[in-house]
Design a binder for this molecule. Structure first.
Ligand SMILES: [Zn+2]
Ligand SMILES: [Zn+2]
Length: 576
């Protein structure tokens, strides 16, 4: 633990105290202590070891104790205390220029804003401007800061990039003379975040398509414009590169620009071993181009099956394609029921009956209700009494909408000590229990790992939700030994969630693959809080595909009856 780490923690505590609206002197004391540590001439751990911490200016008994704990264990339990009840990502709002603890307090108290995405939405909806002391101007300034934050980071959520990419792709396809066009790069491989957007087009009229591209609606800045390449920054700051190729090169170019680099290196080696050359212009035997109308035909020259773009990460897909053993990847159409749905009983926006209509209209035959339990007080978590009322309501809705089954479930909290915030007697009454961590994100890896495993070992827990707690581009995953967690899931037959929310995509696809090999079962869930979340299932499916999953690996591909059977088989009949 360096002096800088300690100073940062102290500063964070001060900021959190301000966000909580505590006495300003308290926060100032932490800021002052942070400065003292930062400017200290020697190593803080030595000062602690020598028992001299209390001699530093402003270090009273309480502060000395907290900093000693931090330096010796790497963790300050007071941090959990000041984070208690606040959304874990709230400090990321400080990364937005012009947003300090006081503004965060205002945004959180008035609008429940806890993430950058929520802040952006509130600014776009005009809700920020209506707050006391704000106004149109400050709202516009915050939107601009968020924009800068994104472009500074240089990365975008898959959902943000895909929305723009598909629009530009459609426009390029519509240009006179375009033959074929496709997304490429990490966007086509469905990476969870992307740096820029690659689009490929074959055409009979090179410069014309580039001209049309650089003058599209939404172009903020043209970076390059030539016969074979155009490059422009589109609102909200995403760079899009367009490559123009001859029709005869299209398949090879599509393969080349889709990547990944590692997959391409591997395929070039395969070509060299056969005495060929593979590049963006084609596959060549000497000067002769081997015909390939499509990527499928390109792979066929190598004796390989078509490798879906999601798998092109050089993690064994080349071997599998050569042996004709690629997985038959799951598709969104195979999902029969929606899992992890919040309603307005807690922090969801839709009433239970509206949810039921939404699910039915989309052609699913069941859903797994999952409002928050009482520990998540910010989300108006359910207590025993409200749970029973909600079951009654579910029964009423089920009767009204025949053919739709509602699984009585709940998203319970795995508390800091690994226990669940509902007693077993109550858990036993649910059809299904989903467990997750929503607090204490700063704890040590050992503590977090044993906490989650204890939750998994509770016999009433069926599904582990958002296992890493990450919010893409906003909050890093908490420190946890994921392999140990997944092993515990396999041993206890607890299914692991792949959360489809574009901000989460949690479990990460790299771990999905690992979990599958351990024999873990999955649900691809929505974590829906609002109507638009019901459209996000594809993101979870892509994550599952990147993790090599087939429909047999995913429990909500089962019919309602078989899903109920899976639950019944693994759940204890009565409380211990
Ligand atoms: Zn959750
Ligand atoms: Zn949830």
């Amino acid at each position: 633990m360096t002096n800088k780490d300690v100073a940062e923690t102290l500063t964070r505590v001060g900021q959190l105290l301000e966000i909580r609206g505590e006495n300003p002197f308290k926060a100032r004391a932490y800021y002052a202590a942070a400065r003292v540590v930062e400017q200290l001439g020697e190593d803080i751990s030595k000062v602690v070891a020598d028992g001299e911490l209390g001699e530093l200016p402003g270090f009273g008994e309480a502060l000395t104790e907290k900093v000693t704990e931090l330096v010796t264990t790497g963790h300050m339990s007071y941090m959990d205390e000041v984070m208690e009840g606040l959304p874990p990502g709230i400090l990321s709002l400080l990364d937005i220029g012009g947003v300090g603890p006081k503004k965060i307090k205002l945004f959180y108290d008035e609008l429940g804003i806890g993430t950058i995405t929520q802040l952006e939405q509130a600014a776009k909806d005009g809700r920020l401007a209506e707050l006391p002391g704000m106004g149109e101007k400050s709202q516009a300034a915050i939107l601009e800061s968020i924009r800068q934050y994104h472009s500074h980071q240089g990365r975008w959520l898959l959902s943000q990039a895909l929305a723009l990419g598909e629009k530009v792709l459609a426009a390029v396809e519509g240009v006179d003379g375009s033959i074929r066009a496709s997304l490429a790069g990490s966007l086509r491989r469905r990476r969870e975040t992307v740096g820029d957007i690659d689009i490929l087009v074959s055409t009979r009229s090179g410069p014309k398509v580039v001209e049309a591209f650089t003058s599209l609606d939404g172009v903020e800045r043209v970076l390059a414009s030539g016969d074979t390449k155009g490059s422009a920054v589109f609102a909200p700051g995403i760079q899009v590169d367009l490559r123009v190729v001859e029709e005869a090169s299209y398949a090879a170019a599509q393969h080349y620009f889709t990547g990944s680099v590692e997959h391409n290196v591997r395929m070039r080696r395969e070509a060299i071993q056969r005495g060929w050359k593979l590049n963006e212009y084609g596959l060549f035997d000497g000067d002769r181009r081997l015909d390939a109308e499509s990527e499928e035909e390109l792979y066929k020259h190598f004796g390989m099956d078509l490798i879906p773009p999601e798998l092109r990460e050089n993690t064994g897909e080349v071997e599998a394609a050569s042996a004709h053993r690629l997985p038959s990847l799951i598709e969104a159409e195979k999902i029969k029921g929606l899992v992890h749905i919040h309603t307005d009983w807690t922090d969801g926006k839709l009433a239970l009956e509206q949810v039921a209509h939404e699910v039915k209209e989309r052609g699913y035959t069941y859903f797994v209700l999952a409002d928050h339990s009482r520990a998540v007080t910010v989300a108006n978590g359910l207590d025993q009494e409200r749970v029973r009322r909600q079951w009654k309501e579910a029964e009423r809705v089920e009767k009204k909408l025949s053919g739709l089954r509602i699984f009585r479930s709940i998203e319970v909290d795995i508390k800091g000590d690994g226990t669940i915030d509902f007693p077993d007697e109550l858990l036993a009454g649910f059809d299904c229990c989903i467990a997750a961590v929503h607090s204490g994100f700063a704890s040590s890896k050992e503590k977090m790992t044993s906490r989650i495993i204890a939750g998994i070992e509770n016999p009433y827990i069926d599904i582990l939700a958002h296992p890493s707690g990450r919010l893409l581009l906003e909050r890093e995953p908490y420190a946890v030994d994921m392999a140990a967690v997944l092993k515990a899931c396999a041993e206890n037959a607890v299914a692991v969630e792949i959360n489809s929310h574009p901000l989460r995509l949690d479990l990460d696809w790299r771990y999905v693959r690992m979990a599958k090999e351990m024999g873990v079962e999955f649900v691809v869930s929505l974590d829906a809080h609002d109507e638009e979340d019901f459209g996000a299932l594809d993101y979870g499916i892509w994550t599952a595909r990147k993790g090599w999953l087939e429909k047999e690996d995913v429990l909500n591909c089962l019919s309602a009856r078989d899903f109920a059977g899976w639950l019944a088989k693994r759940r204890p009949q009565s409380p211990k």
